[in-house]
Write a protein that binds this ligand. Structure first.
Ligand code: SF4
Ligand code: SF4
Length: 447
């Protein structure tokens, strides 16, 4: 089949890809099967299987698109195993936009296949109820805190109740993250700049990070205001929509994007900032997400243009290096959506190196995903745990006291993997997980 901008449709027995969210054939047929991407792919590195490589997954997409192959659970399983880390995009000499292809393919899977009742229920609650409503998400967060603090968790574990619940409740319980004491909420707060105001910035509170790492978001506000930025945590905002986009739910992701666009642009900001790599990457892609929405596409493009990762923003506005130092060794874990999507590697390192006394030790295999990948750690537990262990071993090999990161999923995965590895090795866990902005804030607090 020849490349084309239009979707031509299948010539074989099966229905192929169809509808408005079908992968573009001009993207799909760019792949020339050279295999340069294979060694960049974490699932290929772990399995050695062609079907768990970018090239293999694209071959399956082409076969399905042409109607030569049915979208069976086995085919879908290979696509589901992809982390969407997009390391393959960086390695690909033909410029295959693999992330776009996989998002469109997942949307086809949701249209054309029927998941189990448990999966449908979990997806509906997760993607269409909790992520769409910050209030409901916070209520769920409060319920989780009570579950952990009141002894209910001990009872559920001790009585075997978790085994009786549908789905893998034991797994979900094991992965329950630590939650912040006070959640971070966008209510229209304005944090004035210290000194001369350099810019007015709208800040994304986010969904998961606002519940699990609220302290880091507060630290991000402090370091921005300390550097002359007036920070608005605008009212009416919500989740960026990244998790929905990756899960093949573009319509709900677009609804979330519209809410954020209205919320951010209402204050006429000079920049829009995210302290989470995944969310920043998603907002920089709002124009693409809303390309068919004539009412919103121009404003979506404006938001994409204004969006900055927090480290990028601090450098753009000439942040002041701290005067006092932290006498610690730190290694830095590159979040995939910062490196492979936003192409930012130097800004976090520059900030870390600006802290007097801090010794930065580079991590081995920096480009290999830690295995977090949004909801992947729940849906693909085994591969996620394997990759988590792989990353934790690299962290431990540096002998750094702290591993710094810039994304909530990575922070939780590193925390979990380091604890699990210490348990397996029957050793004490010594490495802390912090965000880069936490360390900068800690250094400023000494002044
Ligand atoms: S996105 Fe990541 S996991 Fe998926 S095929 Fe590309 S490199 Fe492999
Ligand atoms: S590197 Fe690019 S062109 Fe080569 S096999 Fe991978 S995706 Fe295809």
């Amino acid at each position: 089949m020849m490349p084309s901008d239009q979707h031509v449709g299948p010539t074989g027995t099966f229905p192929g890809f169809f509808g408005p969210h079908a992968p573009h054939e001009s993207d799909l047929y760019k792949c020339v099967h050279c295999g340069f991407c294979l060694q960049a792919c974490p699932t290929y590195l772990e399995t050695g299987l062609e079907a768990e490589s970018p090239r293999g997954r694209i071959a399956l997409m082409k076969a399905v698109n042409e109607g030569r192959l049915e979208m069976t659970p086995s085919v879908v399983g290979h696509w589901d195993m992809c982390l969407q880390c997009r390391a393959c995009e960086l390695a690909c000499p033909s410029g295959v936009e693999y992330g776009k292809l996989m998002e469109a393919t997942r949307s086809q899977v949701e249209q054309q296949t029927r998941r189990s009742f448990t999966q449908r229920t979990a997806r509906s609650i997760g993607y269409n109820t909790l992520l769409k409503s910050p209030t409901k998400l916070r209520m769920a967060g409060t319920a989780l805190k009570l579950y952990k603090k009141t002894g209910l968790r001990t009872i559920a574990r001790g009585t075997g109740l978790l085994k009786l619940l549908p789905g893998d409740a034991e797994l979900a319980d094991e992965y329950l993250p630590e939650l912040s004491q006070n959640f971070f909420v966008g209510k229209g707060q304005v944090h004035p700049a210290q000194g001369v105001r350099k810019a007015r910035v709208a800040m994304l509170a986010g969904c998961v990070m606002a519940l699990t790492h609220a302290e880091t978001l507060e630290a991000a506000v402090r370091v921005m205001t300390r550097n002359g930025l007036e920070v608005h945590v605008t009212a009416g905002q919500g989740c960026c929509g990244a998790l929905n986009t990756h899960a093949g739910e573009p319509d709900s992701a677009a609804q979330m994007a519209r809410k954020n666009i209205d919320s951010f642009l209402a204050i006429n900001p000079d920049a829009i900032v995210s302290a989470s790599a995944g969310c920043g990457a998603a907002m920089k892609d709002y124009e693409e997400l809303l390309r068919d929405d004539s009412e919103y596409v121009v404003r979506a493009a404006r938001v994409a243009e204004l969006t900055r990762d927090v480290h990028e923003l601090l450098l753009e506005y000439d942040f002041t290096p701290p005067v006092k130092g932290l006498d610690i060794t730190v290694t830095y874990q590159d979040p995939c959506h910062l490196v492979n999507v936003q192409r930012i590697t130097e800004a976090p390192r520059t900030i870390l190196k600006s802290i007097p006394g801090l010794k930065l030790i580079e991590l081995g295999e920096p480009a290999v995903c830690c295995g977090s990948a949004g909801t992947y750690s729940i849906t693909q537990r085994e591969m996620s745990a394997q990759l988590g262990r792989r990353k934790a071993r690299k962290v431990i090999a540096t002998q750094a006291e702290t591993v710094a990161t810039a994304n909530p999923g990575c922070a939780m995965q590193l925390d979990f993997a380091l604890t699990q590895l210490a348990k397996e090795n029957q050793t004490a866990r010594t490495t802390k997980v912090r965000y880069v902005v936490d360390l900068l804030d800690a250094a400023y607090s000494l002044e």
